[in-house]
Design a protein around this ligand. Sequence first.
Ligand SMILES: Nc1ncnc2c1ncn2[C@@H]1O[C@H](COP(=O)(O)OP(=O)(O)OP(=O)(O)OP(=O)(O)OC[C@H]2O[C@@H](n3cnc4c(N)ncnc43)[C@H](O)[C@@H]2O)[C@@H](O)[C@H]1O
Length: 139
Amino acid sequence: MGKVAAGFVVFRRISNEIQYLMMQTSYGQHHWTPPKGHVDPGETDEMVTAYRETEEESGLLKSDLKVLLDTKKVLQYDVNGKPKTVIYWLAELINPEAKVILSEEHQDFKWLNLIEACKYGNYKDMQDMLNYYDNLLKN
Ligand SMILES: Nc1ncnc2c1ncn2[C@@H]1O[C@H](COP(=O)(O)OP(=O)(O)OP(=O)(O)OP(=O)(O)OC[C@H]2O[C@@H](n3cnc4c(N)ncnc43)[C@H](O)[C@@H]2O)[C@@H](O)[C@H]1O
């Protein structure tokens, strides 16, 4: 299966809009994704990884989030010729005003509506996932 990472597509409801948290890496091509990261050795539950990485990368705690349990999505792509799997769940930020605190891994973050989030999340599988989640939330 290659490398495995996990994270949350964090959203908030604010000003009559659903907004998604996208974060820009401070390394490489400075690409944008939701908070996520590699499963640590010994971590058997990928949701534990998702909570840990989300806290490390955005400062948002488990108690800040309401995870929608049956929203697991799996993205698979190659990085440097090796397969990588990324597992996401949808998670609502309970207090939409909660502050995001960046780590050194990211240089910026934005709360974006669906159209903007798809522009920043510049990969088809990411865009498909965001569209799928947005549909779930609006229906
Ligand atoms: N270039 C670099 N220079 C210095 N340090 C680096 C580095 N890359 C990683 N690191 C180090 O690795 C650590 C990250 O570890 P973690 O925080 O544990 O893991 P990650 O978010 O999964 O890492 P990454 O950003 O590499 O993953 P992504 O799949 O989004 O991205 C991996 C690649 O896949 C591409 N990608 C992302 N989403 C994709 C998708 N949906 N489809 C196809 N390609 C995609 C991205 O554009 C990117 O090129 C950082 O602390 C940093 O120190």
